[in-house]
Design a protein around this ligand. Structure first.
Ligand code: SF4
Length: 177
């Protein structure tokens, strides 16, 4: 299930320029789920193209993973105004599209708080779950969920950056070898 070009299932439709659909290898076993499109993503219609996207690509490459090796998406496909967090109602409205994107994957990397809230209902501190692999059930299938820092949280924080590098190392050594 993919959104219609003029999807109005939630209030975010009022603010978007473009619906931002997944990018990368549609047949990859691995999917990265971020929070929501930002300003650049909204204009271009591609996820993770701004500063945090560049950092994500750099850290992936340092661990030998190309952006084109995985599928990259967000919990919601339209940009929240002022880059605020998407609400639960907005994530719920967009959930059928996300579930369609998740189907057939083996590993979901949840980038940041909103992805972890949407996919595992976690409301606590990211530091307590980052890189702790767990099993989740999506559409009756058990998948591995790997919580990770959002790259935006790593731009000025070397400890978070090191943890995101470790995420990529876990991915490459355990799931993409
Ligand atoms: S965020 Fe998702 S559900 Fe809401 S309008 Fe955009 S595509 Fe539709």
């Amino acid at each position: 299930m993919i959104p219609e070009k003029n999807c109005t299932r939630c209030a975010l439709c009022q603010f978007r320029t473009k619906i931002v659909m997944p990018d990368g290898d549609p047949s990859s076993n691995v999917i990265f789920v971020g929070e929501a499109p930002g300003e650049n993503e909204d204009l271009i219609g591609r996820p993770f193209v701004g500063r945090s996207g560049k950092l994500l690509e750099k850290i992936m490459l340092e661990e030998g993973i190309k952006r084109s090796d995985v599928l990259i998406t967000n919990t919601v496909k339209c940009r929240p105004p002022g880059n605020r967090d998407p609400t639960k109602e907005e994530m719920d409205a967009c959930r059928p599209f996300l579930e369609h994107e998740l189907s057939g994957r083996k590993v979901i990397v949840g980038l940041g708080r909103s992805a972890c809230r949407d996919l595992i209902g976690y409301e606590g501190k990211m530091g307590e779950i980052v890189n702790k692999e767990m099993k989740i059930n999506i559409g009756g299938k058990e998948l591995t969920f790997l919580p990770a820092y959002h790259p935006a949280a790593c731009i000025y924080n070397n400890d978070s950056k090191a943890e995101l590098r470790r995420t990529m190392n876990i991915l490459r050594t355990k799931y993409m070898g």
